[in-house]
Design a protein around this ligand. Structure first.
Ligand SMILES: [Zn+2]
Ligand SMILES: [Zn+2]
Length: 176
């Protein structure tokens, strides 16, 4: 969905839209969109400087980085940010950051705002660095691949046993 900046009125624009997962360019190594994405957006503008506030909600299908199991997680995120026309290359980032000290700033081409991208960006910003199915997830055994949440494999014990055996062997040789 695109909003032509030329067509904007003085009044705030209210956009409510539900995107089908297949229609959004959301790409992530460990997550896919499991449910439609609901976007509720208020747009005000001063010339071509836009201010976007609202919420984005969906459910993601994520893969746990420890046990590789898939699980669902609800995303519900609110935002309030500025979208500014892409500045000239000569304008230092610092200058823009100082001007809009306490606001998040995104950029667009100054002609037309791609609302799909706004929705995707806001989902991405709300994601953690790594997905973990639950805090106490014990992950997979690095030797046999067993899911340690479900079974206790013997690898850890075997490793201790073999270390102990090596130690005993060493001692025995020392005594000879
Ligand atoms: Zn896990
Ligand atoms: Zn194991």
């Amino acid at each position: 969905m695109f909003i032509e900046i030329e067509d904007l009125q003085e009044d705030p624009l209210h956009v409510q839209h539900v995107f089908r997962p297949a229609d959004l360019p959301f790409e992530h190594r460990d997550a896919t969109l499991e449910e439609p994405v609901a976007l509720d957006l208020f747009l005000t503008h001063k010339d071509r400087d836009l201010r976007l506030g609202g919420t984005v909600e969906t459910v993601l299908r994520c893969r746990c980085c420890r046990c590789l199991r898939e699980f669902s997680r609800r995303v519900s995120s609110s935002f309030d940010l500025l979208y500014l026309p892409q500045p000239e290359k000569s304008t230092p980032d610092m200058e823009i950051e100082l001007k809009y000290d306490d606001m998040d700033v995104g950029f667009y081409d100054g002609v037309c705002l791609d609302v799909d991208l706004v929705a995707v960006e806001q989902i991405e910003l709300s994601l953690p660095m790594r997905f973990i199915c639950r805090e106490e997830c014990r992950g997979l055994c690095y030797r046999c691949g067993a899911n340690l949440n479900e079974e206790a494999c013997l690898c850890a014990k075997e490793e201790t046993d073999s270390r102990m055996a090596a130690l005993l062997e060493f001692r025995k040789r020392m005594r000879q």
